[in-house]
Design a protein around this ligand. Structure first.
Ligand SMILES: Nc1ncnc2c1ncn2[C@@H]1O[C@H](COP(=O)(O)OP(=O)(O)OP(=O)(O)O)[C@@H](O)[C@H]1O
Length: 351
């Protein structure tokens, strides 16, 4: 693996307030990193720090082969060879599509500019719009122009701040897949910020989950999905539902039965409440069993009926709601049923 970007102990404070603390990340050349986390956790600040719009207070940014950026050696944004696509596209309204794309190509001669622009127009299916102004384009077309403009100077690293947030869901999926194959075709390394967990699972080779200025976990989407390191990560990515657990005499008790868990396997965050992460496939209906949940919500999906269940227990320590479950059996809202937890690789977290 060739490393393109390495962040070591990167910290940023704005107006004396720590915004990023000890961020460590490594990104291989050609990989796409999805940066996710709750609002205000520092995702945009991290992109702005990489691009050089915000100064780092501590730590090192290394961009292959030999650019080392430290607080004592800050490098101007235009010398970093990093492209950025903003949420609002930030196109120049008075310039045509052609001229918007040509903006970062002043160092090339006219013939080279034309070749590069024509290639991008064709790759992004914009050729017929080259003479139009931004206000004469749809949102999706404007987004494509923003992508073409950012790619034109052939940046080493492309940063995308919620690139699809202003686009309707259907077009967003199409654009996302198109952009992914374009980045792969051009072997461009990219980091994109999103709030959307589906987007990150389908677009990214690597993901990093942030919380309050820290990176809580990074890895491949599959690794993080299968082995979230804390309840914040699992909760933010909505990897499953939470089932409260109490332990009495070494036994783990829940509102839908007891479970045999080795407590040493628990991810301990020092919290006092414990919860089991349950995926829909970890739950089974018990025909004619003693009802222990009630159906709160029913939705028809391509995977069968999607139910949200809440507990029937009076014990507040064990009660839950919104337990997600899929079945081909038909139940009505308000109906009480019996379920049990199937043996699986239990993931118990403290909150
Ligand atoms: N120029 C600034 N001066 C002081 N504080 C700032 C500045 N810019 C951002 N912040 C603060 O830094 C924190 C992180 O902001 P940032 O925009 O990086 O978060 P984010 O994760 O991108 O949020 P969102 O998902 O809502 O866009 C927030 O608490 C924000 O108020």
């Amino acid at each position: 693996m060739t490393v393109l970007l390495k962040l070591q102990h990167l910290s940023v404070a704005l107006q004396q307030k720590p915004i990023l603390t000890d961020v460590n990340l490594t990104l291989a050349a050609g990989d796409i990193l999805g940066l996710v986390g709750p609002s205000g956790c520092g995702k945009t600040t991290l992109l702005n720090t990489l691009a050089g719009f915000v100064e780092q207070n501590k730590g090192t940014i290394t961009i292959a082969p030999d650019m080392v950026i430290t607080p004592d050696n800050l490098i101007e944004p235009e010398q970093r060879n990093i492209g950025m696509i903003f949420q609002d596209y930030a196109l120049f309204p008075h310039l045509t599509v052609n001229k918007n794309i040509a903006f970062g190509l002043k160092h090339l001669n006219k013939a080279e500019q034309t070749t590069r622009i024509d290639t991008l127009l064709s790759l992004l299916k914009l050729t017929e719009f080259s003479g139009r102004f931004p206000h004469q384009l749809s949102g999706g077309q404007q987004q494509r122009v923003a992508i073409a403009r950012a790619l034109a100077p052939q940046p080493k690293l492309l940063l995308l701040d919620e690139p699809f947030s202003n686009i309707d869901a259907r077009l967003r999926n199409e654009l996302m897949l198109e952009l992914r194959s374009l980045l792969k075709q051009l072997s461009i390394t990219a980091i994109f910020v999103t709030h959307n967990k589906d987007e990150v699972f389908s677009f990214a080779d690597q993901i990093a989950v942030m919380h309050q200025g820290h990176v809580l976990q990074s890895g491949t989407p599959v690794d993080v999905f299968q082995h979230p390191c804390s309840w914040q990560v699992a909760d933010f990515l909505q990897i499953g539902s939470w089932l409260p657990v109490i332990t009495i005499n070494g036994e783990c008790i829940t509102a839908i039965g007891n479970i045999g868990i080795d407590l040493n396997s628990m991810q301990n965050n020092g919290g006092s409440r414990h919860a089991l992460l349950l995926k829909p496939q970890d739950i089974k209906i018990v025909p004619n069993g003693q009802a222990n949940v009630v159906i709160d919500y029913v939705r028809i999906t391509e995977h069968g009926f999607h139910y949200l269940l809440s507990s029937l227990t009076d014990d507040k320590r064990l009660s839950f709601e919104h337990l997600s479950f899929y079945s081909h059996l038909v139940f009505a809202q308000g109906e009480k049923i019996a379920i049990e937890i199937l043996p699986h690789q239990y993931q118990l977290f403290s909150q």
